[in-house]
Ligand binder design. Structure first.
Ligand code: NAG
Ligand code: NAG
Ligand code: NAG
Ligand code: NAG
Ligand code: NAG
Length: 269
């Protein structure tokens, strides 16, 4: 039985999440399957969104802005933890509190369910310190570039997250996984006919494996390494469960498809 879900851990307000009959997509609320522990400081732009505990991830794109999935944004109060590696060690982290829904923007076209426009921005008035050093003299908090526009949505990518791992629990340390990125056309062909995928999505797919995102990874980064550096190309959105056995692609919001929306909201244009 395959179920599609959004990969956030808290799905209280999410329509269409936690469907448990038939073969349906769902938000990925919890884990990377078949990942390995990331090196400390490898992804200085990833943040953990924490309420009672970690529920989603996001990426710092600017000292005052975090990009995440729309379905991750429903609490009025939560914390953004940057510079985190082990969830149980917050000794060198930078924490910013979100205290009102007016501090974030969910895409106007997102309907709350599994589908397109699953993107949102969180404004951090007292921005992150992107030049602060950790005790071991490594910059612990950084930002990631948006796609330059040259990227064609194929090739090798890397996924990061604290979502559920193969054991079904949230790992303590940040996990990473190398994946093949496929574009909308290829992904649509690899998913069940009824999958609610649109041309603003891209996917990761290691054919014949369950590799991919899972619950708790929602909102987190899929990055592409190229000559110019690292680009944030995808935001974990949804996939099929059970994550450990489903061999369907994981679905992401294509950051490139929303470049204009992001730029308008953060005032670059
Ligand atoms: C927590 O992290 C800090 C720096 O990042 C490190 O110096 C310390 O040893 C860690 N503590 C534990 C218990 O691992
Ligand atoms: C942020 O929230 C945490 C937990 O609710 C609280 O302990 C902390 O004092 C807050 N920090 C600020 C700067 O408001
Ligand atoms: C950021 O961190 C650097 C290095 O630790 C420090 O010199 C600077 O004052 C910090 N900036 C702010 C605004 O806190
Ligand atoms: C995408 O770009 C890469 C690198 O520039 C290239 O090798 C590849 O053939 C391109 N793929 C498609 C489908 O255009
Ligand atoms: C999608 O990727 C496939 C395989 O790399 C390529 O043949 C196709 O042209 C791409 N489609 C688009 C719309 O970029």
């Amino acid at each position: 039985m395959n179920i599609f879900i959004a990969f956030a851990l808290a799905t209280a307000s999410v329509k269409g999440a936690s469907l448990d009959i038939g073969s349906h997509p769902a938000f990925l609320t919890g884990r990377i399957i078949n990942g390995i522990e990331a090196s400390k400081g490898e992804a200085p732009y990833i943040v953990s969104l924490k309420s009672f505990s970690h529920f989603c991830a996001g990426s710092i794109i600017d000292e005052n802005w975090v990009l995440t999935a729309g379905h991750c944004l429903f609490y009025s109060n939560f914390q953004i933890i940057a510079g985190l590696h082990s969830r149980n060690n917050e000794s060198d982290v930078q924490i910013r509190n979100v205290t009102s829904k007016s501090q974030y923007i969910v895409h106007e076209g997102f309907d709350g369910g599994v589908g397109p426009n699953d993107i949102g921005l969180i404004h951090i008035p007292n921005g992150f310190n992107l030049t602060a050093l950790t005790r071991d003299a490594v910059a612990a908090v950084g930002k990631v570039s948006l796609p330059s526009g040259k990227y064609n949505n194929t090739g090798k990518g890397r996924l990061y997250g604290w979502g559920r791992d193969n054991s079904g629990t949230l790992p303590n340390e940040l996990q990473t996984l190398d994946v093949n990125i496929i574009n909308y056309t290829e992904c649509k062909a690899a998913l069940p006919f009824s999958a609610p995928i649109e041309n603003v999505n891209i996917c990761s797919y290691n054919a014949g494996t369950a590799d991919g995102a899972c619950n708790g990874d929602s909102g987190g980064p899929l990055v592409h390494y190229n000559k110019e550096g690292i680009e944030l190309v995808g935001i974990v959105s949804w996939g099929y469960t059970p994550c450990t056995t489903s061999q369907y692609p994981s679905v992401y919001t294509s950051v490139g498809a929303y470049y204009k929306w992001i730029a308008e909201k953060i005032g670059l244009m």
